[in-house]
Design a protein around this ligand. Structure first.
Ligand code: NDP
Length: 446
């Protein structure tokens, strides 16, 4: 890969890049099929990604006609990196085996290793024979929707196809590596004013938040509304609050430390709840929920904004869902895309049906939504929320930090980029957007 990195850094043309040999093996963060039971008796929060994530060479697969090889300059940790590495809620090797049954080409995915990672920024090296929109030398970011374009449902909304998968989580050859295999319809232009690691951290969570709050396929918030954002300084929440602020919507941000409260204020969020300081105990020791605590949260929201929220941006799941259903206004919506603290949810249905509330399920984003979300990054209207950067060799450590909720925003990973700050192609645009805005999380996390 050294030759490829030198050529990229020297500004080689697409033709020159296309002439370089693709190595037979490449460095990738991966888990091993032989270790998928290693945490069988370990409590969830003690399962340690540093033990299960390996970084080493894996064989380069052949390229299908609709795919490209991307030289990965930087990638990012997502919560699905944590799920992959602790083999919860199920081992991802099951997904790879199911994918392998779909076609001749998809057999490549069932390996004894899983090279994972669902975000990436880099340079196209080769394109398959059916690729028409991209060429070697293109600087790209990758979104993780692995579209099933042979299901009719995909042609209304790609997230509706029955075989829709998340690249680098339910497929092999993902982004936490020096090379990745990517379908052409996952590519988007790299934001020119951002470094590789700033560009790589956005696509997964930014697109998910975009669909949850702005797409007709989910909830389309309107100026004047108020949104309760759980985990507002996290990967999803850090974009959700920006969408609220951009769109004349009032975010009520929930975080868990004075430092995170300070970060929210620096972003321009006025109404912030520190859930640790408030000490909400939605669940009691006997395993039932305490409606008085839901009411206490509702009262705190009314004290802040003088009314109930129109929408709750949900992802913590079991710990918070009962409260979320209770506090949203009569006729309001709970938009959910995850359940980090447990997916068997419990809520009092009377508050849902008698107050005419709705629960909306949302999952990643289709190509068009991901593209629109990326365009906002390219235009400098939504900022990356990168707070820390590791190198690929320390992927396990980075995943551990996220698993233990020790991070803010996104954790970036340098792959072929040798140091932070490389890859900025448009310094004038960067100046116009503002260094302070672009690096707010990084400076706060440093
Ligand atoms: P992060 O860990 O970056 O952020 C989540 C935030 O949620 C944390 O920072 C924490 O903030 C808060 N949180 C965690 N546990 C609880 C709890 N028990 N009660 C209240 N708040 C809690 O993760 P992401 O935002 O990237 O992802 C969140 C979830 O969404 C994950 O489960 C992930 O797998 C899923 N996801 C789903 C997607 C989809 O397409 N369906 C896409 C992206 C993510 P604080 O401690 O400050 O309150």
């Amino acid at each position: 890969m050294d030759q490829i990195v030198d050529a990229i850094n020297a500004g080689a043309s697409g033709e020159d890049l296309a002439a370089l040999p693709i190595p037979a093996a490449y460095r990738a963060a991966h888990t091993l099929r032989s270790e998928q039971e290693m945490f069988a008796d370990v409590p969830s929060n003690e399962k340690d990604p540093r033990q299960s994530i390996h970084v080493g060479d894996v064989p380069t697969p052949e390229l299908a006609p609709d795919e490209v090889y991307v030289a990965i300059m930087a990638s990012a940790i997502n919560f699905n990196t944590v799920w992959t590495s602790i083999f919860e809620p199920v081992s991802t090797f099951g997904a790879l085996d199911r994918l392998a049954r779909q076609s001749e080409w998809s057999k490549r995915h069932a390996q004894d290793f899983h090279a994972f990672g669902s975000d990436a920024a880099g340079v196209v090296l080769r394109v398959g024979s059916a690729v028409r929109a991209w060429k070697p030398g293109d600087r790209v970011v990758v979104h993780c929707n692995y579209v099933d374009d042979q299901d009719d449902a995909a042609h209304d909304d790609a997230m509706m196809a029955s075989n829709q998968l998340i690249w680098g989580y339910e497929t092999n050859f993902g982004g936490l590596a020096d090379l990745a295999v990517v379908r052409a319809n996952q590519l988007m232009p790299k934001p020119a004013h951002l470094s590789w690691e700033e560009a790589a951290c956005n696509a997964l969570t930014n697109s998910t938040s975009y669909r949850m709050l702005l797409s007709p396929n989910s909830y389309q918030m309107k100026q004047g509304e108020a949104v309760l954002v759980w985990g507002a300084s996290g990967g999803l929440g850090g974009y959700a609050v920006q969408y609220c602020l951009n769109g004349g919507v009032t975010p009520v941000a929930v975080v868990s430390s004075p430092e995170k409260v300070d970060l929210m204020h620096q972003m321009g969020v006025e109404h912030v709840i520190d859930r640790k300081a408030a000490g909400y105990q939605f669940w009691q020791e006997d395993g039932t929920q305490d409606p008085r605590e839901w009411r206490r949260l509702g009262g705190d929201i009314r004290d802040l904004i003088g009314r109930d929220v129109d929408v709750v941006f949900e992802h913590p799941g079991r710990q918070t869902f009962g409260a979320s259903v209770y506090v949203v206004k009569r006729g309001g919506s709970i938009v959910t895309c995850a359940a980090t603290s447990g997916y068997m949810l419990e809520f009092d249905n009377r508050h849902l049906w008698m107050r005419l509330k709705r629960i909306i399920g949302s999952h990643f984003a289709n190509y068009h939504e991901a593209w629109q979300a990326n365009q906002l990054i390219c235009d400098g209207k939504i900022q990356p929320i990168l707070s820390a950067v590791h190198d690929l060799e320390h992927t396990g450590e980075a995943a551990w930090q996220m698993h233990q909720n020790l991070h803010e925003g996104k954790i970036g990973v340098l792959c072929l980029a040798t140091e932070e700050g490389q890859g900025i192609d448009d310094p004038e645009l960067r100046d116009a957007v503002g260094e302070d805005k672009i690096t707010l999380f990084r400076r706060h996390g440093a």
